[in-house]
Design a protein around this ligand. Structure first.
Ligand code: AMP
Ligand code: MG
Length: 426
């Protein structure tokens, strides 16, 4: 049995072509189809237009094993999916007695007579099998393609997500699983920080490029956000242990090539990794933040259980607060400026001592757009870690981008500096 390998999704509805509604069904369906080992190759949105939909369906069937169409199965005149599919597949519509009886019974159970227009919902293209709708009136349809026809199946699902989702899970997924021989996709994510996307790809591409030609081919994509890069590896197969082994090996090779920037290969966030390190070393941290104004502390405390390793912190935005709340010497500030390595070090020391923490972390910088100078342009951020012993460190960064990006990158860099400090101290 060849099974279903590839799918295309067509979302039908003129409202989906306005800025007011988005097609979320295809996101749900892509996730579910991927879990079933089926690759979604393309998706389209088309208005309530019979000829356009028929043309799109024919094209999709020429490429994919499975075409899923969502929406346009309602009773009104603008719902054209049934007619378009009948035209595209050259399978005339006829009334399905069982469906009609079901529709009548549905209305009767609510003390109503079925409006004549709902009769359209009992019309099915020749050879189509109805899929029951537990949440609404529009039945779905499964159409198996015959030998000689293109594609293997066309599935029509109602537009409302609350109807489509249970129908997919109850009637479509089990059938696809049965006919796909147990093939599934598996995924891994390698997360790193402290490098730009292009720097990561330069090192990673020669490593992951050959993965595509392995015995179990691995697809790799790179996703960038300010302060974090992710490499997503995915592979499919029926022998899940073999797929997992191939992915584990791929992840290990990438991580080895990208050390020390990789902070997680198991899905954990940077703050969770830092939290786990603090907990395993039985250390507590306090944070003094100027330009990030609490973003670091917010991320650290997003991790459940963080009260065992986070003491607290100070948002020392104004210079007076750096002096009064952290004990930074006014002379130091006057001599070097608030964004400087001596001041960052004094902030980290101050917060560590005043909060009786093992580690003090500080961040001071110029997020912009104003406040830059030739020596300290916008994006200059100084991060310091105080341990009270050897292992204290301070670093000056120059981050690109706007205010928001500078703050995000500074937050990630600060957390990463803690991670590296903890890994280096034994
Ligand atoms: P229909 O089956 O075309 O009558 O769609 C009924 C309703 O379902 C629409 O008004 C939308 O609110 C919703 N809907 C239709 N298609 C989608 C889609 N692709 N994603 C999310 N919601 C949808
Ligand atoms: Mg519609």
């Amino acid at each position: 049995m060849p099974g279903f390998r590839s799918a295309e999704i067509i979302a039908v509805g003129s409202e989906l072509l306005t800025p007011h509604r988005s097609d979320t069904n295809s996101l749900f369906l892509t996730g579910r189809l991927n879990d079933l080992g089926i690759d979604v190759r393309s998706k389209a949105i088309v208005g309530d237009d019979r000829a356009n939909l028929a043309a799109l369906l024919r094209q999709a069937l020429a490429r994919a094993d499975l075409v899923v169409i969502t929406g346009g199965l309602g009773p009104t005149n603008d719902d054209v999916t049934r007619e378009a599919v009948a035209t595209a597949l050259d399978r005339p519509l006829s009334e399905n007695d069982e469906l009609l009886a079901g529709l009548r019974a549905r209305f009767a159970s609510r003390g109503m007579t079925m409006p004549e227009i709902n009769r359209r919902q009992a019309q099915v293209p020749r050879g189509a099998a109805p899929l029951p709708n537990s949440m609404g009136s529009a039945p779905g349809l499964w159409i198996d393609m015959a030998a000689g026809e293109r594609g293997r199946a066309v599935v029509l699902l109602p537009g409302p997500p609350r109807e489509l989702q249970p129908m997919f899970d109850q009637s479509v997924a089990p059938r696809l699983a049965r006919e796909s021989g147990g093939r599934r996709w598996r995924r891994r994510v390698v997360k790193l920080t402290g490098r730009a996307e292009s720097q990561v790809d330069e090192v990673a591409q020669p490593v992951y490029g050959p993965f595509r030609d392995g015995e179990i081919p691995i697809d790799t994509t790179i996703l960038a956000a300010p302060g974090q890069i992710e490499l997503h590896l995915s592979a499919a197969g029926a022998d899940l242990e073999a797929v997992d082994r191939a992915l584990d090996e791929g992840v290990a090779r990438l991580a080895a090539a990208l050390v020390p920037h990789v902070f997680s290969v198991d899905g954990r966030s940077l703050e969770a990794v830092v939290g786990d390190l603090l907990q395993s070393k039985d250390l507590r941290i306090a944070v003094a933040e100027s330009c990030t104004a609490g973003l670091v502390l917010a991320r650290l405390t997003e991790v459940p259980g963080s009260s065992s390793w986070v003491v607290g912190g100070v948002v020392a935005y104004a210079n007076e607060v750096k002096i009064s709340a952290l004990g930074v010497a006014p002379d130091l500030m006057a001599l070097h400026g608030a964004v400087s390595e001596p001041v960052a070090t004094a902030m980290a020391d101050g917060v560590r001592v005043r909060f009786s923490a093992d580690l003090g972390l500080s961040i001071t910088g110029i997020a912009g757009p104003a406040g830059g100078s030739p020596e300290k342009p916008v994006g200059t951020v100084v991060i310091a870690i105080a341990t009270g012993r050897a292992g204290s460190s301070v670093r000056t960064f120059r981050f690109p981008g706007d205010r928001r990006m500078v703050r995000q990158q500074a937050t990630s860099a600060a957390l990463d500096l803690v991670r590296r400090t903890l890994l280096a101290s034994n």
